[in-house]
Design a protein around this ligand. Sequence first.
Ligand SMILES: Nc1ncnc2c1ncn2[C@@H]1O[C@H](COP(=O)(O)OP(=O)(O)O)[C@@H](O)[C@H]1O
Ligand SMILES: O=C(CO)[C@@H](O)[C@H](O)COP(=O)(O)O
Length: 483
Amino acid sequence: MFLGIDIGTSGVKAVVLDERGAVVAQGVAALTVQRPHPLWSEQDADAWWQATDAAVRALPADVRRAVRGVGVAGQMHGATLLGEDDRPLRPAILWNDGRSHAECAELDAAADFRGIAGNLVMPGFTAPKLAWVRRHEPETFAKVRTVLLPKDHVRLRMTGEKASDVSDAAGTLWLDVAKRDWSDALLAATGLSRAQMPRAVEGVAVTGTLRAEVAEAWGMAGVPVAGGGGDNAAGAAGVGVVTDGDALLSLGTSGVIFVATKDFRPNPARAVHAFCHCLPGLWHQMSVHLSAAACIDWVARLTGAAGAAELFARAEAAGPASGPEIFLPYLSGERTPHNDAEVRGGFLGLDHDTSPERLAQAVLEGVAFALADGLDALRDAGTTVNRLSVIGGGARSRYWGQTIAAALGVELVYLSGGEVGPALGAARLAQIAVDGGAPADVCVPPPVSHTIAADPLLAERLAPKRARFVDAYPRITPNRTRA
Ligand SMILES: Nc1ncnc2c1ncn2[C@@H]1O[C@H](COP(=O)(O)OP(=O)(O)O)[C@@H](O)[C@H]1O
Ligand SMILES: O=C(CO)[C@@H](O)[C@H](O)COP(=O)(O)O
C-alpha cells in the first residue's frame, strides 16, 4: 500500500491506496490560518507536522504497517525559513499572503522572472516574500540557511532530507522552469543562492526514508518517501490529468483551473501561471483564485451555518440566480486575472429581501464567476478546455457543481476520491518511486462517480449576473494598474 499526505491550507489529509489505486483508509487533521495584520496570512510550520502526525496516526495500525512508500503534496509557495539549526525562524508566509506587492515590482525589474520562471512576479509566490523579509526583517533574513515549501518542511521532519519536487519548486519563482532546475540568476536577484535551496528532484524520485523515530511512531519501518508535488500538480496525478490538454478544477481553500501541457508554455498575461507538472517531461498552465471554498466557510461562519454542507443546503433552498445579490470573492485579493493582492471582497445588490439563503447562493455563484474569469484568461493564453475533472473538498457538493458547470460552459467530471485528489496523487507518485512503472499507466483516471453537464437554461439565467460581476472589479478599483 502507498500513503499520500496532503498539507492543505484547511487541514492535512492522509490517504492510503492499494496497488490498484483503491482508497483503503483516510485520516484528517485540521489547520488554522493566522492573519495578524491586513494582507498577512501565516501558519506555524510546527502545526503542519503535528497535523501530519495526527492524520497518519488516525489511520488503522494494520493499514500503516502495510505501507511501502510515502508521497507528499501540499499548498504551494509558502515560505518556511529555517536557521542554522533547521528550526523555523518565523511563522511561514502562505500562498495567499499579500504583503509583498512593492517587492514584486522590484524583482520584476531586477531579473527576467517572466522569461525564466515563466510567470508574473505575484505576492503569493515565494521569491517576493523573501524580498519582503530582507527589507522588513533583515535580522531574520541574515539567518536564513534554508527556504522550504510546506510539504518539504514536512519531508524534512519525516526523513531529515532537504528536497523539493519541481512542480512545487517552480512556484517559488526561483526555478528555471524549462530546465527544471534552480536559476542562479533569479536566486541572486533575491539575495539568495542555490546553497539555501533544497535539492530539486522529480516528483517520482525517492528523496529519503522515514527517520527511525517517525517510522517507529507510525509503525512503518524503512519506508521510502517520494518527491511528491505541489497540491494542484499532485491532484492532477491523482485524477489522471497527465496528458497534454487534460484539465482539472480544484475546489479547495483556493480555486484552480489546471491544464497539463507537453511543453513549458509561459503566458503571464492576465496572471496565467505556468509551472512544471510533477511527472517528468510535463508542464502545466493554471488560473488561480485565492478564495474558493474559503468563501463557503466564511459565509457559513457569518450566517451561523454549521459548515459547508449546511451552507450549500441553504443556497439550494434559495435556488439558482434567485436574487440580485452579487458576491466578489476577493477575501484574500485575487491572482488570475487581476494580480491584485489588495482588492477585497464585497456584496452588491442587497435589498430588503436579502436572506442568509440568498447570500449563500450569491457566494457560490460569485466563486463560479471568478473561475469563469480564470477560464477566459486561460483561453486568451491560447488554451482549450472542454471538460474538467473536479478535485478538493468542494467536490462534495453537486449543487455547486451545477452552478460552476453552467458559469464555465464546460462539463465537470467527478472521480472516485477526487475530494482528496492531491493526497491520492502523492500516493501514486510514491508507488512509481518505489515500484517503477510508466506514470501514464499508474496515473490513470479513477472510476467516474458522476458528471455534470453545463445546463444552457441555468447558464442563461446566470449570464446577466456574470456581466454585473465582470463590470464590478474595475469599478471598485478605479485607480489600479491592470495586470
Ligand atoms: N460537504 C461539503 N460540500 C462542499 N464543500 C465542502 C463540504 N465539506 C467540506 N467542504 C469544503 O472543502 C474545503 C476544504 O477542501 P480541501 O480540498 O481539503 O482544501 P485545502 O486543501 O485548501 O485544505 C472546505 O473549505 C469546505 O468549504
Ligand atoms: O497558490 C496556489 C496555487 O498557485 C494554491 O492553489 C495553493 O497551492 C493552495 O491550495 P489549497 O490549499 O487551496 O489546495
